[in-house]
Design a protein around this ligand. Sequence first.
Ligand code: GLN
Length: 497
Amino acid sequence: MSDLTALSVVELQQALSAGETTSVEVTRAHLDRIAAEDGALGAYLHVEGEAALRRAGEIDAAGTAGTGLAGMPVALKDVFVTEGVPTTSGSRILEGWRPPYDATVARKLKDAGTVLLGKTNMDEFAMGSSTENSAYRPTRNPWDHDRIPGGSSGGSSTAVAGRLAPVALGTDTGGSIRQPAALTGLVGHKPTYGSVSRYGLIAFSSSLDQAGPMARTVLDAALVHEAIGGHDPRDSTSIDAPVPTVVEAARRGAGGDLAGLRVGVVRELGGDGAREGYDAGVLERVAEAVALLEGAGAEVREVSCPSFGLALPAYYLIAPSEASSNLARFEGMRFGIRVGDDGSRDIDEVMALTREQGFGPEVKRRIILGTYALSAGYYDAYYGQAQKVRTLITRDFHAAFDDVDVLVSPTSPTVAWPIGARVDDPLAMYAADLCTLPASLAGVPAISVPCGLSEGLPVGLQVMAPALSDDRCYRVAAAVEAALGAPLTDRLAERAA
Ligand code: GLN
């Protein structure tokens, strides 16, 4: 067969079930491409290699390849714990750790017969928007190697956009699936909070973290979403509700008929009067995508969500507060590295030395910020206040969804920026999350779908829906994708050819 790495998940399923290829061939094609390209791209922190080929051989021997996701190679962000497979969360403090169990989503993908290609690079503990905070190396954007691939799931976005994996999982706390998807021309979905298990996902901010798919097409993302979603008794915040029918919604949306669907354009996210900080090219592509929705029969109106402008400060209090507590478990006693344990120091000194050497600057910044925000005397002024803002944002969503079925905005205010441009300016880095944070704080689902290029770089449209209505995100995204004709990443392949 021709280049197997160029095929979508759906096309690979068809080729596998028709016996035109094997899981071993598909896996080998991706491993070969990783060997050739990943030295430059830096998408992976660990590659399974022989283990992946062995696993693929087992699936082929069982004769199930092509049934559902069986035989499909996948990549996992290194934030998911994987039994016996190195897991670092992008941090030195977990270097060398091989977890004794699988995250529920990793287990579900394994049970579905997928083949793990490897673990993808990420900002340390998922803190960042560019993957430059990885303790190991930066990841480069396949559209322009001098630019960032977004973050924190930038290893996953580069792996899929660069055809080093057909599909990958990321996690999204404040935008880390959607923003890297937008910046590399992928589809990335953050499911409704609680609808995909967090068990075995190394916690950053527990009230915000969600796992989700990153793929080259809407249908590919939906197929993986259905494989990982659903109730998990091991996650106390897991919702006991059926997985929304996202595959059906993706197929329906591809028909291009949105008659009767009410779409709200969020005024505060790049709409009238809130355009500062947004690239003109991003706003143009998004406006064109909104026109496409109208052309497909949707009723479009502008909607105001006045509290969305407060999402950034609220998020950057809540997320570091939860992180400061979650990251207390990394003290060199139970997993990862231990520093200074030479018999001359007491346990507190060893813990302090381990954390000093094991954590990078952004992680330390957030632990300090979060500890301060939670300290007695400041709790009401910072953390308590941020939680109140969170409630206001949730109310804005409720009010908006009384009038419209979905809300849309740019996913990222800008296209991918040059490597290094924001590393010394945390606030500029945080501003990348302007559009993605409201849905995170309210726990509602949101997807990013490619809507064209600006300055030769991908732009994403964000579609947000009410909790547990993830299917609406997929339906609208599929309509945009169908109107544009072909996956945006096809243009990257053409450019390389
Ligand atoms: N960029 C945001 C942050 O640094 C979001 C990260 C994420 O979603 N994991 O916190």
